[in-house]
Each structure stands twice: as C-alpha cells, then as structure tokens.
Ligand binder design. Structure first.
Ligand code: DGY
Length: 318
C-alpha cells in the first residue's frame, strides 16, 4: 500500500525525521537551507499532502488549506497556533495538533532570563565590554533594577505563566496576575484587574496566546499606566504589543526598558528598536533549548504517527 505523503516545512533533528520516514513519503526540499518556502512553493507542496508538519513561522492560511485537497492533519511544532486558519481547517474537517507542556519549563526559564537580562543591563554591559570600552570599576556602572522584592505582573496565567510565577516566588517577588479566569496555576499570585497590574508592577510579563482578543493588548493607553521605572517583557507573540506605541513610550522614557522575544512582522521587526540600549532583543527563542526543541518536534511527529496508525491524537487543539 502506498505511504501517505507528509510535507515538512522546516529542518528537523535527524532522529525525529527518521521516526517519520518509515510511515510517510516525505516532501521536504529545504532541509539543507532550512529557509521558509514562499507562498507559491508552500501551495505547490501541500497540493500533494495528506499530512503537514509546520512551524510557528509558516502561515497556514485559507489559501494554503484550499490548495491542499487531501490534507487530514496539521501538526505544528509549537504550542501557539495563531499562524493557522483554524476556521478554514474546521470547515474542511482538517485536524490540528500543537505541542503544549513539553516547552513550559524552558519557556518560563527564558522569560525569567530575559527579565533578568533586561533588569540588570546584561546585553548592554556586554556590548560595552566587548567594544573594549571598559576602563575601570565605578559605583554607578550599569546600575540596574532589582528583581528581588519587586512586583511582577504576569498577563496570561496558563502553564507558562504559572511556571514563571513559581520562579518569581524563589526571588521573593510579589506576583500579580491577570487572566480571564482565576487560575489553578497561580500558586501564591494575586489576581488583579489589568489596569491595577499595569499600575503596580515593576515588571510586566506577557504570556498570553495571540488572538483577535489579545491584539494590541498593550498599546499606548496601557503603557501610559505603567510606572516610568517599569520593564515590559514579551515572550507571547508579536501583535500582543502595539510596537509603534512601545517605540513611542521608549522614546519618551515613559517606561524604563523592554525585553522582547517576539515582534510585529517578525523577523523584519521595526529597526527603531535597535536604537534603544535599554531594549533587549532576542529572535523568538523562548522555547529553544536543544532538548525542548527536540521534544516539540517529537510530539508533533508522534501526533502524525498516531493519526496514521488510527490511534487517538496526543495533543489535539481543535
Ligand atoms: C510556541 O511554541 O508557540 C513558540 O512560540 C514556538 O517558538
């Protein structure tokens, strides 16, 4: 019997790809370059697909779905799936799986690391040392902001938000959170309205999924509520923050700093961000430890293998 066809959009670890190769005929012509396909190439490939293994960086819109008449299942190697047109999939009966849980701790580690890096001016001081500018010690050299005993406001208290709150407890931080619902993940964190969180937090950490409801959740009005000494950390999605409003707030020194792992229009984010020494910029790597990226790939692969074997999906989203 002919194997089903699986289209893989980006390079996978060898062992993960090997786990798929015995079951599927694989179309993956960019394994050497690991560059995303343009829309026409994506549509040409999915035209033959029974299954699709995609990533957060692939736009799986209605045109892609329409170009894929045989498609049964999209397994994305990410927890967020805002890049996939869920309604178009539902209308066609195409299933979607994502990769929750396996990246929770790694992403929380990174959120904390980005907050510390931004607060303690680590990137900025490293640039200075590497540039050979370090002439000697001084009391007021790269004075940053303390995390310990500061107030952390987490917007989005799901699994990752909860893991960040638990880390913050170890730093004696006061933790506020805002979520649509009071959360089981919140340990000793206190639910407050978003406005109170923004007014009282020294660090505001964004961990919400992107959707029309969270588009520009942080814009000019919200930034205006934050303390001038406060720091914004975004490990959620580009689009949750209105980047132009953030740039304006940074220019006017209405907040102290920002740590940004995600951007509107990434990877081509607004270059104005590069002008700010008090902005730490990372390229959407919050889940990127070697082990966790492997676990994400393998969970996506396991979903594909389960479906092909007629078994229940491990982590269906819709
Ligand atoms: C996710 O899993 O949604 C991450 O953003 C992928 O990098």
């Amino acid at each position: 019997m002919a194997k089903p066809t699986l289209v893989i959009t980006r390079r996978l670890y060898d062992q993960v790809r090997a786990s798929l190769a015995s079951v599927f005929d694989i179309i993956a012509d960019n394994q050497a370059t690991d560059q995303p396909w343009d829309a026409a190439t994506m549509q040409r490939h999915v035209a033959q697909a029974d299954y699709l293994f995609c990533t957060v960086a692939d736009k799986i819109d209605a045109a892609v779905i329409a170009a894929a008449p045989r498609l049964k299942l999209i397994a994305t190697g990410a927890v967020g799936y805002n890049n996939i047109d869920v309604a178009a999939c539902k209308a066609r009966g195409i299933l979607i799986t994502n990769t929750p849980d396996v990246l929770t701790q790694t992403t929380a580690d990174f959120g904390f690391a980005l907050m510390m890096t931004t607060a303690r001016r680590i990137s900025e001081s490293e640039r200075y040392a590497r540039a050979g500018q370090w002439a000697g010690w001084a009391f007021d050299q790269f004075t940053g902001r303390d995390l310990h005993h500061a107030t952390l406001g987490i917007i989005g208290m799901g699994r990752i938000g909860g893991a960040i709150a638990r880390r913050a407890m170890g730093f004696d931080m006061r933790v506020l959170y805002h979520n649509r619902n009071r959360s089981q993940e919140a340990v000793e964190a206190t639910w407050v309205e978003k406005e109170q969180l923004l007014r009282e937090s020294d660090f505001v950490m964004l961990v919400v999924p992107y959707s029309p409801a969270t588009h520009h959740l942080i814009g000019a009005a919200e930034l205006a509520l934050m303390k001038p000494t406060a720091t914004l950390i975004n490990i959620a999605r580009g689009g949750v923050v209105d980047d132009q409003a953030l740039i304006a707030a940074l220019k006017d020194k209405r907040i102290a700093a920002a740590g940004l792992d995600v951007f509107e229009n990434e990877p081509k984010f607004d270059p104005t961000f590069l002008q700010f020494e008090n902005v730490v910029i990372t390229p959407h790597i919050a889940s990127s430890s070697k082990a966790t990226r492997g676990a994400m790939m393998q969970l996506a692969a396991d979903n594909l293998l389960a479906h092909a074997a007629g078994l229940p999906l491990k982590t269906p989203v819709a």
